[in-house]
Design a protein around this ligand. Structure first.
Ligand code: ADP
Length: 456
């Protein structure tokens, strides 16, 4: 079996410690199986040249991390990655911006990644690159003489061509992608968007009889590999965490009322202000739901270096304050808004306690919270998932979730009400259908399919 070289913007600390996200779980399991290197930024910036990789070996896995120049990192990460590509891929053109210097920093950081990674490579390695931060990496590695197979997985949506062409230099992005041997997207729709982009740009995009896609005289495997979670672990953790004092305290406090839960990074793509508006619409239209429902929103701050993220934080605080001021009673507060991350174990218990999971992004590559919420449920008395049609997870769960348009406040309010009144039998049917999906494609199946395609 050849060695795997995983590359992502950020490398998770080997000691684990805090909760490992889906990406980290998938990469670590793959590396444990085949041995190899996880290469990326270590979380520190420096003032001069980027550092040589710091190597930290744990059994068969070597964590190789570099520091990046502070100014360069700002242009690359806060700039092109999170102010240009992220809003573009999430169809948020009102937030999208472009600065040529940031694009250049993005290219240079990718060139740095390639230059620092190149000496660590062996002849029969396979390389797996993750996400929008590193689209040009294969191209940079190829021009440094790397001939090994290189795969790429895009965790965010790939936009439709009419959105993509908003990006100055989108041709170049498509050309960079064409240097990979395997490209994985979250959904079939993302694959279609990519192929349509190649065709519109005159770069190829036709599927041959072997299923491979032609682009720039190369033949590429392009498929949907919907990312997933460690289903067994989530089930076990959720059941176990019901006994913890934190979860029991919440259960006691909620008492006979029903808990509605939302858990997200504080990101404008997650549709949080719209979700609060929907909850407000529910309270306005259905006074009987007062005192009966409690909405717990846990939102952890991220990307504090980007202005749009500071703004959304402000908007949400105002909105929660306004709704609570208007509807609260001395012994009931409709929205509990927590502005920080919480431990994974506690999260799983809260999910299990909640009768309704609200996952309403305006656009999302997949949305692992939707999958975690389902896996955490008690099979004997499962809660209901209210899910945005615009999340990748909707392509897998389909109508087994209560699908909503996140912009339609009244539609979401009605879905919350429907969920709250749903019979046990219907909840169980929906739960089983969604668990079938999850058990057929957990995080291990996900990485195995991708690695099989890459030939690891
Ligand atoms: P994204 O990758 O865009 O943040 P996902 O829903 O796909 O969205 O993944 C988010 C991951 O981070 C999930 O595993 C989720 O449980 C975790 N997470 C999100 N918000 C919080 C929070 N406030 N506290 C703890 N974990 C969180």
């Amino acid at each position: 079996m050849s060695r795997l070289i995983a590359v992502s913007n950020r490398v998770a600390a080997p000691s684990g410690g805090k909760s490992a996200g889906g990406l980290a779980v998938g990469i670590l399991a793959a590396l444990k199986q085949s041995g190899g290197i996880w290469f990326g930024w270590g979380g520190k910036t420096c003032h001069g040249e980027p550092t040589e990789p710091k190597l930290d070996r744990h059994g068969e896995i070597t964590f190789a991390t570099i520091d990046i120049n502070e100014t360069e990192f700002d242009g690359y990460y806060n700039g092109y990655c999170n102010s240009t590509l992220w809003p573009l891929c999430h169809y948020m053109l009102g937030i999208f911006g472009y600065e040529r210097e940031q694009h250049e920093a993005y290219r240079r950081v990718n060139e740095t990644f390639a230059r620092k990674l190149r000496p660590l490579l062996q002849e029969d390695d396979r390389i797996w690159v993750h996400d929008y931060h590193l689209i040009p990496l294969a191209e940079e590695l190829r021009s440094a003489g790397v001939r090994q197979p290189i795969g790429f997985f895009l965790h965010v949506p790939f936009p439709a061509f009419d959105i993509l062409r908003t990006l100055p230099g989108y041709h170049r992005l498509l050309r960079s992608l064409a240097q990979y041997d395997v490209i994985g997207f979250q959904t079939e729709q993302d694959c279609e968007n990519f192929l349509a982009g190649l065709r519109a740009a005159g770069l190829g995009g036709e599927r041959g009889p072997d299923g491979r896609v032609s682009a720039l005289q190369r033949r590429i495997r392009v498929d949907a590999y919907p990312i997933s979670i460690d289903v067994e672990e989530a089930m076990t953790q959720a059941a176990a965490s019901m006994k913890t004092s934190a979860v029991q305290r919440l259960a006691k406090d909620i008492d006979e009322r029903e808990l509605v839960i939302g858990v997200d990074r504080l990101d404008y793509s997650k549709g949080l202000p719209e979700r609060f508006q929907a909850f407000q619409a529910l309270l306005e239209r259905h006074p009987a739901s007062h005192r009966h429902l409690v909405f717990l929103q846990i939102a952890s701050p991220t990307r504090s270096g980007v202005r749009a993220y500071e703004e959304i934080r402000h908007v949400l605080e105002q909105s929660a304050g306004h709704i609570n001021g208007r509807f609260s009673q001395p012994d009931w507060t409709p929205i509990r808004y927590i502005n920080r991350g919480i431990s994974r174990k506690m999260l799983m218990g809260y999910f299990r306690l909640a009768k309704i999971g609200l996952v309403t992004p305006l656009r999302d590559g997949m949305n692992l919270v939707a999958k975690e919420y389902v896996a955490a449920q008690d099979p004997a008395d499962p809660g209901v998932l209210v899910l945005s049609r615009l999340a990748g997870a909707a392509a897998e769960f389909g109508e087994s979730a209560l699908l909503v348009n996140p912009y339609d406040a009244i539609g979401v309010a009605d879905a919350i009400l429907t969920a709250s009144e749903m019979s046990l039998e219907e909840r169980q049917d929906r739960y089983r259908a969604m668990m079938d999906v999850l058990q057929g494609n957990d995080i291990h199946a996900w990485r195995q399919r991708f690695l099989d395609a890459l030939g690891v």
